[in-house]
Design a protein around this ligand. Sequence first.
Ligand code: B12
Length: 217
Amino acid sequence: MIKNELWPKMNEAIVAGDRAAAAALAGDAVRSGLDLLEVIERGYVPGIEKVGELWEQGEYFLPELISSAEAMKAAMAVLEPELNRKNIGARMGGKVVIGTVEGDIHDIGKNLVASMLQAGGFEVFDLGADVKLERFIEKAEAVGAGMICLSALLTTTMTNQRRLIGLLRDKGLRDKYKVLVGGAPASRKWAEEIGADGYAENAVAAVKLAKSLAGRA
Ligand code: B12
């Protein structure tokens, strides 16, 4: 199937919360040998962005949101192994620990960033969502990571990004890690205010930033 036909179908599968279609289209993309980063960015991300708009306009409610999130996960479950396979032997970016901070269950954006970092050659340790702050540090110490990526989608939980940096300072570990923050309420200004090493507004920019901080840009 040609790309121009594929993108709207992928968009639609996410907006409709159609898991089977989202996964089947991802399978088509893999078999056609398409650039999977382009598939994610042009096929699926606009779909989930549209869902966010529909929610904000009061047209979508919780059940629709959850179905769309599930459809996104179904597509990523097909694409991720393939992205990883292509990167075997190319893990030169270093190790990254990522998760959504404590008190926050939003994980769609975080999952995208994790997949793209993996595709960009980083070894990614994804702790999931609603992650206790201590766990980020324990994991980073255990695996010898160089970077900690914190996602937060709520104004009430973004403060945990600041707390994590404070915890690192208290433990004398601040200089050991690059800390990247992101999520809808975060901004460059916020990152500066809390003393993070960087902020990126989307997954593609996150990979660019991570590469430059890792000295690979
Ligand atoms: C989907 C969604 C949900 C789903 C989440 C499903 C899931 N598995 O993630 C469900 C329905 C469960 C949900 C629940 C809630 N939600 Co909600 N949700 C959304 C919604 C519509 C879309 C979020 C999303 O997935 N966007 C798409 C992804 C691709 O974008 P993204 O997350 O921003 O990620 C991108 C970038 O930010 C960046 N990025 C993300 N993380 C990171 C990390 C790093 C390190 C970097 C560099 C970059 C980066 O890259 C990503 C990819 O490009 C937003 C609205 C919005 N416009 O954001 C509300 C929104 C975030 N939710 C909101 C609220 C209030 C809630 C609830 C509290 C609702 C309730 N009353 O129960 C609960 C939260 C429960 C909890 N404790 O967490 C509010 C937050 C308001 C605020 N200012 O705090 C929002 C803004 C909606 C609104 N306008 O009211 N939600």
